[in-house]
Ligand binder design. Structure first.
Ligand code: UD1
Length: 371
């Protein structure tokens, strides 16, 4: 069985690593790794390949940054050439980035079946580019591998046949559990001169937060309040860095820098995992971080109006607060002042074996139906 596995942007790498590892060990699978090049900076891409032991991509499309239409179109044009040459039995895509929908769409048009890992998640906010990518990818996929039961409900409502849906758990958590011990040795706290449990960690990159002046201003103002109580460590995503400048918010940013906020470059996987594990509280608009903090048992304040990952709220440590300055500040201070967080178990099947389940299902179905 020949499988083209697609990655493009940072959150794809930790999802793909355990899948490739299991496929490489399977005698019946010839796995090929395609990197679209949506993310290309050393610290947004290569460093993750090194730390996660991902093999060098077999094929690199080098599409880079552009508008949504241009980026998606470039990926499609380049990926079609690869599909025609390689003629795989399956394309496997992960997550919800532009590379996910672009490669899924090219595949189905060439009658190559598609497996979507992390299917069925819905924020019900069509203003999010990822929501559009998720809905479209799921509609054309043949295998829908889900991380939580809410995804099954969403997919069934959208008319997806129940036979295509497989609850396998969370591949991103496979990676976290595998690297937790190694991350513990990271020297990042020493380098930043902070003590465990004595800082808040903040990440910010969603267009709805950083492309919108009012939202970004609110968040920077909330940071100004929070840093009076606890040090904030903030790895700056390239999009956010650019917008702070373009939206003329550099003066606030400089003020925070002179205060108790430490802005750093995007971190590698192990250092970031260490930061998350040791933070008193995490503030984020990322999807994956909501899941990772749930498994780590670290309080997570989500700076969005919704989440496509409801299990992180019902069973995990996540609280959805939006972007009002007052709500963010209150939620963070409540988390900082709370001493013992009631630790719960990780959500069902977030146990380090999701990739194994995926590979077994693909192999069994391939042998049964020859597809
Ligand atoms: C993308 C994904 C988002 C994911 C995020 C993780 C889509 C629609 N969005 O958003 O779901 O959560 O990745 O980071 O696919 N840039 C660099 N170096 C890089 C990559 C990007 O400088 O290696 C800059 C470029 O100026 C680019 C901007 O960041 O225009 C945004 O990159 P892009 O891939 O378009 O979207 P992200 O915001 O990273």
């Amino acid at each position: 069985m020949k499988i083209l596995n697609v990655v493009g942007a940072r959150p794809n790498f930790m999802k793909m690593a355990p899948i490739i590892e299991k496929m490489k060990k399977h005698p019946g699978i010839n796995s090929i790794l395609v990197h679209t090049g949506q993310h290309y900076d050393e610290n947004m891409s290569k460093q993750f390949f090194d730390e996660l032991n991902l093999p060098k991509p077999d094929i690199y499309l080098g599409v880079g940054s552009a508008s949504h239409a241009q980026q998606t179109a470039r990926i499609m044009v380049e990926f079609e050439k690869i599909l025609l040459k390689e003629k795989p039995d399956l394309t496997l895509v992960v997550g919800d980035v532009n590379s996910t929908i672009a490669c899924a769409l090219v595949s189905v048009k060439l009658e190559v079946p598609v497996a979507h890992v992390e299917a069925g998640l819905r924020s019900f906010d069509r203003g999010m580019p990822e929501e559009i990518n998720r809905i479209l990818t799921d509609a054309i996929s043949d295998y829908l591998f889900i991380t939580e039961e809410s995804a099954r409900v969403n997919l069934i409502k959208e008319g997806v046949s129940a036979q295509k849906i497989f609850f396998v758990g969370n591949v991103m958590i496979d990676t976290l559990l595998k690297h937790k011990k190694q991350a513990n040795d990271s020297q990042i706290l020493k380098r930043l001169n902070v003590e465990a449990n004595d800082f808040a960690l903040l990440t910010l990159h969603r267009p709805s937060n950083v492309d919108n002046r009012k939202a970004l201003e609110n968040i920077l103002e909330a940071m100004f309040e929070i840093q009076k109580h606890i040090k904030i460590i903030c790895p700056l995503h390239p999009r956010t860095k650019k917008r702070i400048d373009e939206l003329a918010l550099l003066d606030r940013f400089e003020l925070l820098k002179r205060g108790n906020c430490c802005f750093i470059e995007p971190q590698g996987y192990l250092d970031f995992l260490k930061l998350m594990s040791e933070a008193r509280v995490v503030l984020t608009d990322s999807g994956g971080i909501q899941e990772e903090t749930t498994v780590l048992g670290v309080p997570c304040i989500t700076l969005r109006e919704n989440t496509e990952r409801p299990v992180t709220v019902s069973e995990g440590t996540n609280v959805i607060v939006g972007t009002s300055k007052a709500k963010i500040t209150a939620a963070v201070l409540a988390a900082v002042n709370k001493n013992n967080l009631s630790m719960k178990k990780a959500p069902e099947k977030w146990d380090g074996r999701a990739a194994q389940r995926i590979v077994e299902i693909l192999n069994k179905n391939f042998l049964q139906i020859g597809k």
